[in-house]
Design a protein around this ligand. Structure first.
Ligand SMILES: C[S@@+](CC[C@H](N)C(=O)[O-])C[C@H]1O[C@@H](n2cnc3c(N)ncnc32)[C@H](O)[C@@H]1O
Length: 211
């Protein structure tokens, strides 16, 4: 099974538990949320913002609080995760789509938030995702990524209370930043937050603008 099919199967299986165990952004560290605030601060008040790999839509209230007038859209490949997102946020458009083939016109978005959604994508497949983010963003559009920082893969046989084959890809802030520059983005900020207790990995964040 390829990464995309495996991710879809994984998140379809765990969606109900994910929504129950991680209902909001209260697990996020203050530094992580501050990064999202710096992302929204670069956007116009009525920005069109894509939550790319939105899952259950858990980050929508964070975006809404920081940028009340923004126009939100979400995309994800898991229909079960999207079912939760649509139920929780009936006024928002959510599309079932892979990150590398988004159903939006060129230059139609001001911001893209990819919050822990590249963790199921192998490093070699990131270029296609970053090219797609660049395609859908306006000229000076802004992109923020959050992910587990490191290298190689993290395998687990349990996730959110389910016996599953979880294979997550770790990405380094340096390599993601380099790949984004190659894809036509200008760096704004990147940092690694050390793992807190209960976290297996350090966390990486990269904020860039479309060059
Ligand atoms: C760890 S969850 C994060 C969800 C949400 N951003 C959050 O912070 O709660 C990863 C999400 O990304 C989605 N995803 C992973 N790879 C994807 C891809 N290539 N295309 C679209 N969605 C993807 C999964 O279906 C899942 O809902």
């Amino acid at each position: 099974m390829d990464d995309l099919a495996a991710a879809q199967q994984l998140y379809d299986t765990v969606a109900d538990s994910y929504a129950r165990l991680l209902p909001d952004a209260s697990f996020e560290a203050a530094e992580d949320l501050a990064m999202i605030a710096r992302f929204t601060a670069l956007l116009p008040s009525d920005a069109r913002v894509l939550d790319a790999g939105c899952g259950t839509g858990r980050m929508q209230p964070v975006l809404r609080e920081l940028l009340p007038a923004h126009r939100a859209t979400g995309a994800d490949l898991s229909e079960e995760m999207l079912r939760h997102a649509r139920a929780a946020h009936p006024g928002t458009r959510f599309d079932r789509a892979p990150l590398a083939a988004l159903p939006y016109r060129d230059g139609s978005l001001d911001g893209v938030l990819a919050w822990y959604s590249i963790i199921d994508t192998a490093p070699a497949a990131l270029d296609a995702v970053f090219a797609e983010f660049r395609r859908v963003l306006t000229n000076d559009g802004v992109l923020l990524l959050g992910f587990q920082h490191g290298s190689g893969e993290r395998r687990r046989s349990e996730a959110y209370g389910h016996a599953v084959e979880l294979r997550a890809h770790l990405h380094s802030v340096e390599k993601v930043s380099f790949a984004l520059e190659q894809a036509g983005f200008t760096p704004v900020e990147g940092f690694v937050r050390p793992a807190r207790s209960g976290e297996a990995q350090d966390q990486g964040f990269v904020l860039v603008r479309r060059a």
